[in-house]
Design a protein around this ligand. Sequence first.
Ligand code: IMP
Ligand code: MG
Length: 178
Amino acid sequence: MENCIERVLISEEEIQKRLAELGKELAAEYQDKNPIFVGVLKGVVVFFADMIRHIPIDCQIDFMSISSYLGTQTTGVVNVKKDLDVDISGRHVVILEDVLDSGNTLKHTVALLKTRNPASVKIVTFLDKPARRVVDITADYVGFEIPDEFVVGYGLDYDERFRNLPYVGILKRSVYEK
Ligand code: IMP
Ligand code: MG
């Protein structure tokens, strides 16, 4: 598995250091708001589990599954595979995402959740690839801005592989170009 990685882009240590900083900001903003942290499956699971442990306030968690990707190319088509279990009306919703790429997935997710009358909706993305954006959307909190490279690890996959790498790595082109 490791021999498919061109190089480590973000190490385990850098990730934890950044999440601790983000956690302080999020805890300050949401201290008395009892927010619902919504994870967009599956890529977010590792980030989500680490992130919420850096936010020591009253909160709830829930998950959605939305897909827009096949292989490394966006299809532009999003599909809700699993919806939330909780009612978000009047609640402060914080969406956690693994990577903001074209923006299609999040734009659709935010629009859907806003129809349910939440008190607020904000976005926290672990990774942001601004160069790839095709729709107008920005995250409120960004872990790391990264270049236009296909990355895996720390929850991110290529064809469902590499999610368990503890760091973010750039995949060798030979893995997806063969
Ligand atoms: P968007 O709708 O184009 O913003 O795509 C967001 C989704 O695409 C993410 O939640 C990932 O599942 C997937 N994705 C985008 N870039 C990468 C990458 O570099 N590695 C792995 N998955 C990615
Ligand atoms: Mg994916």
